[in-house]
Design a protein around this ligand. Structure first.
Ligand SMILES: [Cu+2]
Ligand SMILES: [Zn+2]
Length: 174
């Protein structure tokens, strides 16, 4: 009887852990261009100390592109300004992974698009969480968040967005 009860508890715990509605450990962002064209998928996985991203994109301009987490889950405006600023917590945000004063949680390494416009990469951010783990800003907060790919590379230093230029692609994280 006792053994049966323990087995039942373990089974229920396993079911809860596997349920995306009760404990979401992954998220996805379907990325689109300014013309609404499908530009591929970003899969986000909660890691013990951050979030791991798998980018499988297409249709980009060949070369380096900035990628950032933006603070609202809204890619509705054609210029993607509806996604807001970078995910941040401080009142005054200092951008740049290489900037000594940086406090910007939305910053990410650049990605590289091949001659055919495809970009495949895994990228890790220790600055955010999916749902607030470790006190890090939650991508899946009340107003959501988006991943934005810019026209140009991020210099990781200059303000406000490292010279990344226009917002070329956007995907709501959900
Ligand atoms: Cu950005
Ligand atoms: Zn930034």
């Amino acid at each position: 009887m006792r053994k049966l009860t323990v087995a039942a508890v373990v089974t229920i715990a396993a079911l809860i852990a596997a349920s995306p509605t009760l404990a979401q450990t992954t998220a996805t962002a379907q990325v689109k261009g300014a013309d609404g064209k499908d530009l591929g998928l970003v899969t986000l996985t909660e890691a013990p100390h951050g979030v791991l991203l798998k980018l499988e994109l297409k249709g980009l301009t060949p070369g380096w592109h900035a990628a950032h987490f933006h603070e609202k889950g809204d890619c509705g405006a054609p210029d993607f300004k509806s996604a807001g600023a970078h995910v941040h917590t401080a009142a005054t945000t200092v951008h740049g992974l290489l900037n000594p004063a940086s406090n910007d949680s939305g910053d990410l390494p650049n990605i590289f698009a091949n001659a055919d416009g495809s970009a495949t990469a895994e990228v890790y951010s220790p600055l955010v969480s999916l749902k607030g783990a470790g006190g890090r800003p939650a991508l899946l907060d009340a107003d959501g968040s988006a991943i934005v790919v810019h026209a140009n590379a991020d210099d990781h230093m200059s303000q406000p967005i490292g010279g990344a230029g226009a917002r070329a692609a956007c995907g709501v994280i959900k």
